[in-house]
Design a protein around this ligand. Structure first.
Ligand SMILES: [Zn+2]
Length: 180
């Protein structure tokens, strides 16, 4: 099973969940990121645990300099390299993934109910909607694929749009930099 994802217009990504949107708004205005991984609204402890581990392992991948190059491969819509956007936040790539993002279980939301999407967000939003029911061990694609998906979403969080580049193109570049 190949996991897909989607970077959506801010309104469509945030409308399903105004509470979560408010939470990320609070987070974005919070200068100092909390020293912990943020997970919200997970319906199952197993799914939460599974995503938590995948995020930690994604962060571990991002400690490798070759994997960090992924942030130099893409720019946001204004042409800023994503690594520059990350530096502005004062976080390392691993810190950004582990402490700079908010993961919300959106298993029951429409984007998770159609297709094979594993996660979605909107460019520049640090709120990552996770289709957790699709990621739990029972239904799961290989863990490495989830880890790479999390890195893919981190790129959107730093401002990367989609189409162009296509989701598949982003995923293949993440695999090239961080896949081994
Ligand atoms: Zn994407």
């Amino acid at each position: 099973m190949i996991l897909a994802d989607a970077a959506m217009a801010p309104t469509s990504a945030q409308s399903p969940d105004s509470v979560a949107a408010k939470a990320v708004q609070d987070q974005n205005t919070n200068v100092r990121p909390a020293n912990m991984l943020r997970l919200m609204r997970f319906r199952s402890v197993a799914a939460m645990f599974w995503v938590r581990r995948a995020v930690a392992d994604a962060a571990r991948r991002l400690q490798a300099p070759t994997c960090q190059l992924i942030f130099k491969d893409f720019t946001d819509r204004s042409g800023n390299v994503l690594s520059a956007n990350l530096s502005r936040l004062g976080m390392t790539p691993a810190e950004f993934v582990e402490r700079g993002l908010l993961f919300v279980d959106a298993s029951d939301e429409r984007p998770c109910l159609i297709g094979s999407r594993g996660a979605f967000t909107s460019p520049g939003s640090r709120l990552i909607f996770v289709c957790a029911s699709r990621l739990v061990p029972m239904n799961s694609p290989p863990r490495s694929q989830i880890e790479l998906l999390i890195i893919h979403e981190a790129l959107h969080a730093l401002g990367l749009g989609e189409n162009p580049p296509t989701s598949a193109r982003i995923t293949s570049q993440v695999f090239l930099r961080c896949g081994s």
